[in-house]
Each structure stands twice: as C-alpha cells, then as structure tokens.
Design a binder for this molecule. Structure first.
Ligand SMILES: Cc1cc2nc3c(=O)[nH]c(=O)nc-3n(C[C@H](O)[C@H](O)[C@H](O)COP(=O)(O)O)c2cc1C
Length: 301
C-alpha cells in the first residue's frame, strides 16, 4: 500500500517535497504537487517550475473544461511530465464558482468531456482526486476513462477541511468500484493509518496531508513500524527547517520574503515544538527574532 504526500498549496511546494524526501528517506512513495491552473491563458512560470521540479512528484491540474485541460496537459507533457492528477475536490469558492475543482465534479457532462480529452495524451498516466459529493454519478464516468487511480478525500465539500472523514461512505465507494483507490483524510498517526489500512486492505494507497506537516516523520514511522522518539523527531524537523531556510535565504530577497515563505513550515507543528516556541515563531517579525525563536525549541540530541 503506497503512502502518498497530498498536495497542499502554500505548504508542499517543490523545496518542501525535495528536502522532505532527503531528510525522511523513502517513507513517502509519491509526492503530489499542488495544482497548477491557467491564469490569463498560461501557467505562471514559477508554478510550472514548481510542479515539474520533483522527480517523485505527480503534477496536478485544475480546469473547468476541455480547452483548459488540453492547454494545461500540453504544457506539462512538453515539460516531460508523465503523471497528471485532475483536481475534482477543491472547495475554494473562486475555483468552484468558475467550474473548477469541486465545481467540475458538480457538472458531470463537462467532466465527461474532460475525461474524453485524456485520450489525446496516451503517454500520460492520469489520476483524479475528489470528495464524496455526488460520487454515484461521477464514478461510472471515471471508470470508463483513462484514469488509473482515484484518490478520495473522504469529506464533503461543505466540510472544507474540518470534521471527521466519512468512512462509511468511503466504504460504499470501495465496494462499488474496481478502480485502484487511495484513501485521504484525517490520517495523523500510525494508528489512524493502521485502522484505515486494516479496514480497507485492497487500497492502492493512503494519502496524507496535514499529518505529514504536523508530524513529518509519520510515513517513515509507518514504514519502519516504530515510533520515533521526541528527540529524533525534533532533530529531523530542525534538519528539514535548516535546508528550507538556507534554500529560501539563497533564492529570495530580504527578510520579509524569507519569513513569509518559511513561517508556514511551522503552522501545523505546534504539538511537536510546544506552544511557547510556536508563539515566538509566529511573532518573530525580524530574522534575529525568528532565529532566536527557532533556537528556543527544546532539543536534546
Ligand atoms: C492549505 C491547503 C491547501 C490544499 N491544496 C490542495 C491542492 O492544491 N490540491 C488538492 O488536491 N488538495 C489540496 N488540499 C487538500 C489536501 O490535499 C487534502 O485532501 C486534505 O487536506 C485532506 O487530507 P488531510 O486530512 O490528510 O490533511 C489542500 C488542503 C489545505 C488545508
């Protein structure tokens, strides 16, 4: 059963994916890059660079119709990408309003056209990622499409990212389809992973989002079958942070830019580093204050 790193805009961009793989080794089998979209008819160059950067990554696209789909898939394939995921779950109103993400899933006739257009890219392995809404109608379309696997974020659009995943509804999907399925939603510990893997042994994979941000060692711990000690975890977190910090310091100009890129790294890590350090990091608005806050994390190597 594969472990897949979920795409999270603003968190799992290429530097995070690359350094996460470097620090935590082979725990994650596949990293899915956050979606790229068309803006004024093109993908922003830095978004494109990011999406194609990581060798173990799947690129993700969000589109509203075949025209957008073809434009995005063409650019990605021209850049050597051979694995593309179609976002059918994004609940963000600006996307949904334009018929993208969950908005495309809500228009099965448009979705059918997009799936049909996949035939024009035989060199690409396509997958899709969706929520629970309307799965009965969507599933037959996906099953007769070139899609090779389907990730289900087992929540409804209305829930956004909160609340419990609905395992019962996911079970109904698993009973209904022969498509290789990937479970996603709320996995934040080894026992969460074991519970889902135990209940659905036929899964192709389990995708982890915020669980990998709040406990970046989770995939390695699952693979190794052991819990890492607090010190081991902090050591690896600080190692990952150092690599990211050095990368941003080299690439970006000025403390403001560096801080705005590096601070999200800590957003889900409060439980690992403690409230006091997390608060000091949030408040650290100059590089010296920020670095002092990071250095205050209790660390006993
Ligand atoms: C800040 C944020 C950004 C996200 N960006 C994307 C995205 O670009 N593409 C996507 O398919 N899902 C995106 N998601 C959804 C996650 O991939 C995942 O489905 C969701 O967080 C549920 O998994 P989790 O409970 O393990 O975090 C995003 C979620 C969050 C919280």
């Amino acid at each position: 059963m594969k472990i897949i790193s979920a795409p999270l805009q603003g968190f799992t961009e290429a530097p995070w994916r690359r350094f996460h793989a470097e620090v935590y080794g082979s725990g994650v089998d596949t990293y899915c890059a956050p979606f790229v979209r068309l803006e004024h008819g093109a993908i922003r160059p830095r978004d494109l660079r990011d999406s194609i950067a990581e060798p173990r990554a799947v690129s993700q696209i969000i589109c509203r119709d075949t025209e957008e789909f073809r434009a995005l898939a063409s650019v990605l394939t021209q850049n050597g990408i051979r694995r593309i995921d179609l976002n059918l779950g994004c609940p963000f109103p600006p996307q949904v309003k334009h018929g993208r993400g969950a908005g495309l899933a809500a228009r099965p006739e448009k979705l059918a056209e997009v799936l049909q257009a996949m035939m024009q890219f035989p060199e690409v392995e396509f997958s899709a990622k969706m929520r629970l809404d309307g799965w009965q109608e969507i599933l037959p379309l996906l099953e007769s499409s070139p899609i090779k696997s389907l990730a289900i974020h087992a929540r409804y659009r209305q829930q956004q990212y909160d609340g419990e995943p609905d395992l019962e509804e996911f079970a109904r999907i698993a009973e209904t389809t022969n498509l290789p399925l990937i479970f996603n939603g709320g996995i934040s510990s080894r026992s969460d992973f074991d519970a889902v893997a135990g209940r659905f042994p036929g899964l192709a994979g389990i995708m982890i989002g915020r669980g990998l941000l709040s406990r970046p060692s989770i995939a390695a711990e699952i693979r190794q079958g052991r819990e890492w000690s607090a010190d081991e975890r902090i050591e690896a977190i600080l190692d990952l942070h150092r690599k990211l910090f050095e990368y941003f310091s080299e690439k970006l100009c000025g403390p403001g830019q560096i801080l705005s890129k590096i601070k999200p790294f800590w957003e889900y890590l409060e439980e690992e580093i403690g409230r006091k350090a997390a608060k000091a990091i949030r408040k650290g608005n100059s590089l010296p204050a920020y670095n002092a806050a990071v250095n205050s994390i209790d660390y006993l190597p």
